[in-house]
Every structure is written in structure tokens, then in C-alpha cells.
Design a protein around this ligand. Sequence first.
Ligand code: PLP
Length: 484
Amino acid sequence: MDVESFRKAGYQAIDSICDFHYNLHNHNVFSAVEPGYLRKALPDHAPEHGEHFQDITEDYQKHIIPGLTIWQHPSFFAYFPTPGTLEATLGDLVASSISNPGFNWDSSPASTELEALVMDWSAKLFGLDKAFYNENNTGGGVIQTTASESALVMVVAARSRYTRTYPGTDLNKLVIYVTTQTHSLGVKAALILGLRVRVIDVHLKDGLSLRGCALQQAYEEDKEAGLHPFILIATVGTTSSGAIDNIPEIFTVARNFPSFWVHIDAAWAGVALSCPEHRDICHLDEINRFADSFCTNFHKWGLVNHDCSALWVRDRKCLIDALDITPEFLKTKEGEQGTVIDYRNWHLGLSRRFRSLKLWFVLRCYGAEGFREHIRKGIRLNDRFATLVGSSKELALVTAPSFSLSVFCVRAPEGVTVSQNELTLDLHTRLSARKDIAITKTYLNDILCIRFAVGAARTEEKHIDAAFELITSEARQLLASISS
Ligand code: PLP
């Protein structure tokens, strides 16, 4: 494609993106396509001869759009919020127009320097301690693809620190700590690295939060058994219910465990730190004083399109010691002098995308004030939903609402033989059969729950009220069917 053809096709592409966004609410949240629909619609091999761009965009409209789940839909309440924005879309467009693998400082100074800068802006936006700023040259921030990769990289860094501190450690005896509410990223990291993992129980009576005494007990038992616990992945805002581990208690005990790393996974809820009123509940003070690393995803509730996972580490040397492999062809004058960041030593791959551009666009277009307003709006709307559930005859909250997430179940009427879990499952089945709302389910201990996650940029009070009415109406029909 020559540049003038790109200009023309680009204007058309922007037009079609705008049309899609104007019509977002007219689509169903869930697509009606059946598995395998696309293979039936498209050829089974790439074309031998290049095709016209116009034909490709027509096929995009005809075959791809109908198969989309619309995460930006105002009635999308499943999984976690992903309010990708047009600002970030433009950042991504610009970033992909400049093929720019940015692994060493000199492979594109702007790429490294913008990332280091916007990670410092973000650290300041969230109230993180100076220790995590890139400008301090001790700790620092880096954009990873996902919270899962962030956790994996932190496990690698923690393992390296532990085995350097205790040379000769039997690698088979290293243990990662997670809880029953930690995202699967902890177990996945163990799987990838061939490490043991201990899943510590947490309980509803503690708000599903990891207590210091449970950590202490696990540690003592494992040490007694000759094992080497070396990292805990603690969570601020668990996936299932938004629970927050008891970070103060965790640090009170973990500070006595030699060379023990505490990584904080705040993948979806961490962006709430932008609002000072939510910092205490997230234990920011203790995180600032003691956490080895902290991760939150801008690509979840933080207005940036996938992928943009922000990871900060207190001591960048641990990361670099673990990941730096520098063959001759990667050596540079600045890298050797240690005067620059070479981000290839901060993540798994060599090459990396220029992700900081979209984050920069978003932070500048929204400003800290606009960012905070987006977060506060999500919390307000979720509080509205939780209040409605709280006064409902058919539904009941299972845990207190957490940031932009509510978790509820069906209230089993007295005298019915069907269990509460069966009723909630039936309600979930009914809701999932609909295409006009998206919710997900989870277990909290043994209670089956429906999760309601707010945060799409277009969601307003009327969508919350409509969702509550729709859920209530399905619940009433369900309850009527079992009593008749
Ligand atoms: N951690 C938490 C608490 C999450 O809620 C999620 C996703 O829901 C993840 C991690 C996974 O994030 P990613 O897809 O970026 O790996």
C-alpha cells in the first residue's frame, strides 16, 4: 500500500470505527454466532494474490463485527471492566505506525524514555512511594503485557534474589504462596517455572482476606518440612469478590522471613489508588513501605486498550540480575555505562511494543482529574446497584460491594427444597442465555455467586437500573416456577 492509499483507507477505517462506536448500544453484548462460524465464512488459506483493502474492510464488517463480544457495551458487567478509549486507540494506531521494538535505549530512545516517564507519572497518580520511580534509578516501573506476565517476571526475580542469597538452594524446594482467592496467575507461574505452590485458605468471616497468622503458620510448616517459601502473591481486589488481603498483617510477619518477596497483584482494582479516598482501604501506606513489587492493569479499569499492565519494582537490580543476558550484538555504550534503562532486561521477550504512547495519550487527554472521575463514577454506579440488591426480596449480596464489583446470590425462599446454589445457578443460566447483558459467576467458599462488574465508559445510571430490573425479573420468574 502506498502512502496515499493508506491515507484514503485510513480515513475509511476511522469512519468505520466511529460508526461502530455510535452504534455500540444497538449491538447485543454477546454475539449470536455459533462456534466455528468464521472458518465456514472465510477461505481456508491465504489468498495467492493481494486483495483490495476495500474488500478486506467489507469482510471485517460482514464477518468479524458480528462475532464480537462488546466489552465496551454499557450493559457489559462480566469479568472486569475494560473501558478502552478512543484516545488509547489513537495511541495504538500511532505506535503501530512506527515499527519500533524498543528493547535497548538506543533501539529507540523515545520509546524507553516515554515509558520510564509515564510510569513515573502513573506512580505519582497512584500515590506510590518515590522508591518505585524510575527517576530514582533504584526501583522503577515497566509496562508488561498482562498481570500474569508481571507476576511471572516477579517470581523469576524473587527466585533469583533468593538463590543468590542462599547459593546451593535446592530449586525443587522453593515454594510460591498464593491464596484460594488469588488469580490463577500464581499457579500458572508455578506451572511454567516448575515450582511448588502452596494455596493458603482464606475465609468469608475474614472477608476472604489473607491474615498474617495464616501466612505465619504456612511458613513455619514449610520451613519445618525443609521447604523454601520465597514469594507471596498478595491481592488488592481479588477477581471473584474484590477482597483485599490484610497487607499490614502480612508485612508484620513477612518482614521476618529472610529474602521473602511480596508482590501485590492489584490487576483491576489498583487504579482506584488514583483517588486518595481509596488509598487507606488498599493499604497504600504499607505497600509503599514494604512491598517488593506492585502491579495494576491500565487495560482493565484504567481507560487504556489492551495490553498495558503497569508493574513497579522496588529494586530494579533484582529484575536485571534475573533477566539480563547480553550477547555482543546487544551491547551498547549507554547500556555498558549503566546510564540508561534497557527494558529488554525487565520483561520476558526481547522486543517490545511502544505501549507507553497510548498511556501517555490517555493520561494527557483525561488528566488526573478526568481519570479519577472515571473511577469514582464506576464506584458510584456499583454502589447504586449494590443498594438495589440490598433492598431486594429476591437477591442478596454475598460480600460487601468492592470498588466497582458486587457479588450476589438468589435468596432462597423459606420452605423450598431447592438449594440457594441451585437457584443462583439457574438464575445465571437464564441470564447467560440472554444476549443483552453480560455477567459471570464464581464460588466464594461454597457459595455460588453472580459477579456484577461495573466500569464501561458508557454505563450510566439507567443501565444499572435496567440491569437490576432485568435480573430481578428473571429471578422472579425462576422463583415462581419452583413454587408452582
Ligand atoms: N489478577 C486479578 C486480580 C484479576 O482480576 C485478573 C483478571 O481478571 C488478573 C490478575 C489477570 O490479568 P491479566 O489478564 O492481565 O493477566
